[in-house]
Design a protein around this ligand. Structure first.
Ligand code: ATP
Ligand code: MG
Length: 418
């Protein structure tokens, strides 16, 4: 039998919900612009290698979540599972490294991951994110984090905490990795299959595994923050110092390791404290190895990505209702054919003057049309019958005071603007 339902893990945003979506997206653009980030629009699909290299082949994303397909030209393409790899690819391909650095970019749009069905997890979901490419300055890390904090506050979201860590660089990680493997080898067989397979390649990830993260031996594992090299340690101290100066509260969380392979130094997550299992609203960090890995010069980068769906779960209900309301400035109520024809021209006049207006196209009776004006919260109803057509006028009815007056078509806009 034909299946006419939407695919699992996708959603429809119906009109009563699209208001809040538009509001959040507009806020994101407004805040990004305020901090001087400019939009980057990249394709929804890329060559598969971009993500294999750019996200990393030990990650969940590359190992089991990508929507990969062969196109008619025999190319392997993948629907983007995240935004950073594409932005960096475009940065390199557009030779933006030849311009003013650091480059500050943002993106907004759908991402695709073949995930297990869970609350707060979709297979097509929307992310907003920013990237600063070409600066190693800890002030840039602090700006990125403070921007995220500012954005959440602008949306009226209060119940969250910021977890902060440094995952060091390849130098500090190789020392730490030896200690970590020594510490974890005795329990290797007790770990989940994912952790067993990442054991040699990316043991740091075991620390924040949702299954093994609570194992007593994992909890007492050597902390990366105790093994940072001098440069990474100085950088981390500076980031903390700037956040203190900016009044952004954080909790140091040495077990927090972001999912992507390319992170270096700063890693952070904003966690919604009133959300259930899928509680990370924004995740980000520094990725100093990524640009050169994708064929660009050896430039550092820092950024974050957040999920729009999870953000929407935390938006205040009253605000959501307000944004869902369908409000018209004017509703035209017409009686009879001639009046309806005249209404068509009245509507054009209203809309040309920026007045949000509509009329009934379903042949409703007068009373039912009045009810419609109420349903759309119209500030005024413009009543048109044969009499009004003859006088080239409308009866303007204030829906609150119920006062009515006859206004000629020439004076209508001035009368409405009052
Ligand atoms: P998790 O550990 O929850 O799988 P992740 O490390 O895969 O998270 P990122 O790749 O860092 O997440 O994505 C950044 C943000 O995008 C997440 O914090 C979350 O808000 C959102 N996000 C990620 N995957 C999904 C999804 N499948 N559905 C909805 N939102 C998602
Ligand atoms: Mg994930």
């Amino acid at each position: 039998m034909a299946d006419f339902s939407r695919p699992p893990g996708t959603m429809d945003v119906l009109p009563e919900k699209s208001g809040v979506w538009q509001w959040v997206e507009a806020k994101a653009r407004e805040v990004f612009d305020l901090y001087h980030y400019r939009e980057m629009r990249t394709p929804i699909f890329e060559h598969t290698e971009i993500f294999e290299r750019g996200v990393g082949d030990t990650t969940d994303i590359v190992q089991k979540e990508m929507y990969t397909f062969t196109d008619r030209g025999g190319r392997s393409l993948t629907l983007r599972p995240e935004g950073t790899a594409g932005v960096v690819r475009a940065f390199v391909e557009g030779k933006l490294y030849g311009g003013t650095l650091p480059g500050k970019y943002y993106y907004l749009g759908p991402m695709f991951r073949y995930e297990k069905k869970q609350a707060g997890r979709y297979r097509q979901f929307n992310q907003y994110g920013i990237e600063v490419i070409g600066s190693d300055d800890p002030r840039a890390d602090a700006e990125v984090i403070e921007l995220a904090d500012h954005f959440l506050k602008e949306l009226g979201i209060r119940h969250y905490r910021l977890e902060l860590n440094s995952v060091g660089c390849p130098t500090c990680r190789s020392d730490h990795k030896k200690l970590l493997l020594e510490h974890l080898t005795p329990i290797k067989n007790e770990l989940c299959t994912d952790c067993q397979s990442r054991f040699e390649k990316n043991p740091l990830r075991i620390l924040d595994c949702k299954i093994d993260g609570h194992h007593p031996q994992v909890l007492t594992a050597p902390k990366i923050t105790d093994h940072l090299c001098e440069d990474c340690s100085t950088h981390f101290d500076a980031v903390k110092g700037h956040l203190n100066a900016l009044g952004v509260a954080y909790v140091i969380t040495p077990t927090m390791v972001r999912g992507l392979d390319y992170y270096t130094r700063t890693a952070f997550e904003f966690i919604g404290t009133e959300l259930g299992a899928q509680s990370t609203i924004i995740g980000g960090g520094r990725y100093n190895g990524l640009i050169s890995m994708l064929g660009g010069p050896d430039l550092p980068g820092v950024g974050f990505a957040g999920g729009l769906e999870r953000l929407l779960l935390t938006v205040d209900e009253a605000r959501e209702q307000e944004l869902a309301a369908d409000r018209l400035d004017a509703f035209v109520i017409a009686m009879g054919d001639a009046a309806m024809d005249f209404s068509v021209k009245v509507l054009q006049l209203l809309r040309k003057n920026g007045i949000r207006a509509d009329m009934d196209y379903a042949g409703r009776a007068f009373k039912a049309q009045l009810k419609l004006a109420d349903r759309y919260h119209a500030k005024v109803a413009l009543i048109i019958g044969d009499d009004e057509v003859e006088k080239q006028s409308v009866t303007l009815r204030d829906t609150t005071s119920k006062e009515q007056q006859l206004v000629s078509i020439e004076e209508l806009i001035t009368a409405l603007q009052k």
